[in-house]
Design a binder for this molecule. Sequence first.
Ligand code: AMP
Length: 690
Amino acid sequence: MDATEQSLRQSLSEKSSSVEAQGNAVRALKASRAAKPDIDAAIELLNKLKLEKSAVEKELQSTISGSGNGSLNREAFRKAVVNTLERRLFYIPSFKIYSGVAGLFDYGPPGCAIKSNVLSFWRQHFILEENMLEVDCPCVTPEVVLKASGHVDKFTDLMVKDEKTGTCYRADHLLKDYCTEKLEKDLTISADKAAELKDVLAVMEDFSPEQLGAKIKEYGITAPDTKNPLSDPYPFNLMFQTSIGPSGLIPGYMRPETAQGIFVNFKDLYYYNGRKLPFAAAQIGQAFRNEISPRQGLLRVREFTLAEIEHFVDPENKSHPKFPDVAKLEFLMFPREEQMSGQSAKKLCLGEAVATGTVNNETLGYFIGRVYLFLTRLGIDKERLRFRQHLANEMAHYAADCWDAEIESSYGWIECVGIADRSAYDLRAHSDKSGVPLVAEEKFAEPKEVEKLVITPVKKELGLAFKGNQKNVVESLEAMNEEEAMEMKATLESKGEVEFFVCTLKKNVTIKKNMVSISKEKKKEHQRVFTPSVIEPSFGIGRIIYCLYEHCFSTRPSKAGDEQLNVFRFPPLVAPIKCTVFPLVQNQQFEEAAKVISKELASVGISHKIDITGTSIGKRYARTDELGVPFAITVDSETSVTIRERDSKDQIRVSLKEAASVVSSVAEGKMTWQDVWASFPHHSSAALDE
Ligand code: AMP
């Protein structure tokens, strides 16, 4: 916890005790009918102490708000953003005329344009620049695929139910809300309690269902709407179930992610790529998750666009040839150890983070760097972007390392991109289930004599000892690496048995000598056949767009100072409309000139809007600022026009003929505004603004 906050909480609790003690003293004096001057003096002291207490309270409140926790400021800010977004149809609650459905939203015209710009930059930045193979697979997926991937059994969130009404809530969200609200609104909690709540917030992703249930009980958390008691947490599968075809005999699901479509196509894609690794495949498409109680607007929805990359790599060589391109980047990183010890995210150099092993390997590091560049070029504030490493339990047992790109918004830090080294889990799972080997080969120039580790679990003995858990134990034994296996062999030989942790059972079992044979055999090999590892950056496009809305939003006072005007400072790259064209006054010549410019803008692919309403130019600027339009062309003569840049409000004058090409150069990033400002006659236009 912040040192100032801690000392203020300490001081507030001391002041509260003093006020209470003095209050008791006053009451005692009154009860004993003490002399009036004595009572007055005691009351005066009580009032003084109350004033001191309220000063500390104010200071503590402003410290909490100042450190970005001020829920009041955040809520007011969010309201202003969301009102503007809904009013200008960036998005619309779906099926609104029928009262809508929680967690489903439509994108309106500016929202669609922004989404299309974000996706086309994503294609440019990843698919094109990294030579990825794009695929487009169906949303409806047969059960067998999602059974193999583990989603049918494990794609769950923990749910609690209001014991009386049956209303469902996400268990971790209730605990998070409780801790956050206590920290922000309850100034009376002690410094120790505040530290404990902060610790719970930092490590709750790591909680087991039992730990989560125990905390909910310990804190006396009840159903938010009714205050009724809650059930114990239990898992709820988030997939929407369906069946394929009229017979209803082929069970299926709406895909909860796009990745599985890529994995099942691995063999064909590997051949398409000339049987060479590494390579990456990518997919943009809809994903469906039946979220338990979606409450965070566009951030937690039941249908959303995912953009996913599966980068297949040799597990023995996770270096990346382009890593030096990103190695010098420095940004906020939040490694596991810092989270567990209650520290905050810190600026790290990516190259060092990989060199010191904080990030598991270069390829994972490379994608972290590329995601950072992607998000900041879109307009995400780099001070409100951090890469948080998954805690040990949070990460799937097969994963080598995972980092989430989290963006700070009025809802707190939100995971927008997950970047995981999923090792060989997915391809192995689909190989096992389908019987089709999803493997890669490395041909040796010369045959190699290799010593191969052979682990042979003795299924009969394991079956007798572990019954229904036999399969988990066998899988864990087979998954041992050489070091682990040789260590086990040595212990079995010396002691006859060994304690062995089975990840999928989350417990130790005793392995006896007759249950497994471990040896090394010499063989001549012409090639190495292996299951590639996969590194997966997974982008929630809607979350990124919402955070972008918040990071680009600001208000400015109108010229008369009587109202606040909204501005979205979208970079030209994402702005839904790049340029507006205004005839300064309503006359035929200016309108004709505006039409000529509009035609030229259309021919160079620049989205734009003509505004021929007779309202003041300042009002028209204000209207377009609200849509985040970065440039405005004002036609004020038949031969030349002005171009105004939204953020500086500066204007340049260019000939009518040049207008479209100048706007297109700056909108597409071929020139900066500073370049064009220096090349054309210019002046500041603030005077014209509303
Ligand atoms: P996951 O597969 O759970 O790591 O999710 C991948 C990405 O999808 C996350 O980083 C989020 O950006 C996004 N995402 C997950 N769930 C939702 C949701 N309910 N609504 C919107 N975006 C989501």
